[in-house]
Design a protein around this ligand. Structure first.
Ligand code: HEC
Length: 133
């Protein structure tokens, strides 16, 4: 019982720190989505892991194939040649503001790039990293 009494405040502080760390960079949507992912995957997401996933080569395909090596500049669609606006919310405030768009493109682009849907953990890592760019 005593142990529990000591652990509870500690847990609350951890939760607060976690929420605050999201609030520093993320907008309302990414904030909400990260919290929802967190319920399914109760481990801290890693911005570094998100960046590594973004740049990882999968038999010649990666997120950078269309979005380019820098999230700060415009990309070009690998097949259609369509110009893609920069992915970083810091230069393109429209990014990561529509849940429908984020879900749609996570699904489509993960399938194209890694041949399967991304896991909740992967999406959490990517979203955290992207939201800080
Ligand atoms: C084959 C080209 C291509 C690849 C590869 C690609 N994307 Fe995309 N992505 C697009 C297109 C097209 C859009 C929609 C147009 C736009 O928003 O610029 C998009 C949009 C997105 C969006 C929506 C962002 C928003 O809020 O507007 C996310 C998130 C995203 N991509 C993530 C990824 C991730 C993660 C990967 C790697 C797993 C990836 N993309 C790889 C073409 C690609």
């Amino acid at each position: 019982m005593r142990v529990h009494q000591y652990q509870l405040p500690k847990l609350l502080v951890h939760c607060l720190i976690l929420l605050m760390s999201f609030n520093v960079e993320a907008n309302d949507l990414t904030d909400t989505m990260l919290k929802e992912y967190q319920l399914k995957e109760p481990i801290p997401f890693s911005s570094d892991a998100g960046r590594l996933f973004w740049y990882k080569d999968n038999n010649g395909r990666s997120c950078t194939t269309c979005h380019t090596d820098s999230v700060l500049i415009k990309g070009r669609h690998e097949r259609t040649g369509k110009i893609l606006e920069p992915m970083a919310p810091s230069v393109n405030p429209e990014r990561l503001t529509s849940r429908k768009k984020v879900n749609k493109w996570f699904l489509r682009n993960c399938k194209w790039t890694v041949g399967r849907e991304c896991t909740t953990k992967e999406k959490g890592n990517i979203l955290l990293w992207l939201s800080q760019q």
